[in-house]
Design a binder for this molecule. Sequence first.
Ligand SMILES: NC(=O)c1ccc[n+]([C@@H]2O[C@H](COP(=O)([O-])OP(=O)(O)OC[C@H]3O[C@@H](n4cnc5c(N)ncnc54)[C@H](OP(=O)(O)O)[C@@H]3O)[C@@H](O)[C@H]2O)c1
Length: 336
Amino acid sequence: MKAIVTTRPLPALEPDSLIEIERPRPKASGRDLLVRVEAVAINPVDTKVRASVANVDGVILGWDAAGVVEEVGPDVTGFQRGDEVYYAGDITRPGSNAEYQLVDERITARKPRTLSFADAAAYPLVTITAWEALYERLGIDRHGADAGKSLLIIGGAGGVGSMAIQLARLAGLAVIATASRQASRDWVLSLGATHVVNHGEFLAGQLAKIGFPEVDFIANFNNTDFYWGVMAEVIKPLGKIVGIVETASPVDLELLKAKSATFAWEFMFTRSKFQTPDMGAQGRLLEETAGLIDIGRIKSIVGERLEGISADNLRKAHQRAESGALVGKLVLGGWA
Ligand SMILES: NC(=O)c1ccc[n+]([C@@H]2O[C@H](COP(=O)([O-])OP(=O)(O)OC[C@H]3O[C@@H](n4cnc5c(N)ncnc54)[C@H](OP(=O)(O)O)[C@@H]3O)[C@@H](O)[C@H]2O)c1
């Protein structure tokens, strides 16, 4: 099978940063599905791993895919050959930038019926992240018990922000999303954000001006260290904050003490990496999201497309992701 790999850290557009090779097609065992990959999406994790790989055999990146089940392992109970699926996969295993990929059935779901493979591939990684961040780490009740409470989303127009805005609105929250450009402002408003503030300017002052000097919840999808002080300042007493981006330097936990504020990490690969007993929750949340997409309650988060999965297009996709100019997700469909 064709596989696109990285062997050493190089700038995205260098011809050798991502190269196409032949790899033996894997066989499904245990609870694995062998999926024929039809479309993939790019995430910051791809560029972060590419920047740190040193492996002469090459590492297959890609943690968002949609495709067709080709073969099932002997212990699989929920899927059969021919099922159309979508999933993010597992950071400890080869990724989706290959014609075939093994994925555990527990972190996989049937893809939304109404979407093409490319449109479906946009969702899994950011959906799992946003769902776990909001509904699990922040404990927001998705059936409406927290309706009317306020959520500040830092980095609203990114992939994770695009899903978080929609999941928070489904729960009835007031959503203040940050966006720094006209295109990203328009994007967050189109997804349902009730207010927009600019992360390029002083956040506390802007929040006070729009009537939210403090907020019930904060979901920070950007620099954890940089926003630590302002998060401590604008979180309500007993409020909750979730972060998803690794810290570059230590943060001062003491700043949250007087308010008894909670800080929680969200890492969407935790369940698959540690094979937690509840890892099937990810398959179920993807299944539920597919249903919400099919009835029109969740909008498209595709911002850009490239036709054809190839080393050349993946290099372009990495470069776009690193440019910081994307809104929503970049997807690649079909094999070039
Ligand atoms: N822990 C996890 O499980 C997990 C999962 C997914 C992602 N992540 C991490 O979370 C981060 C976001 O991921 P993503 O997929 O949403 O990324 P993304 O799509 O690349 O995010 C792009 C967005 O970031 C915004 N942004 C740029 N500079 C910012 C700043 N200084 N403050 C606030 N927002 C800023 C931009 O908004 P403007 O254009 O408006 O400036 C842009 O829309 C990445 O670091 C990623 O690695 C972690």
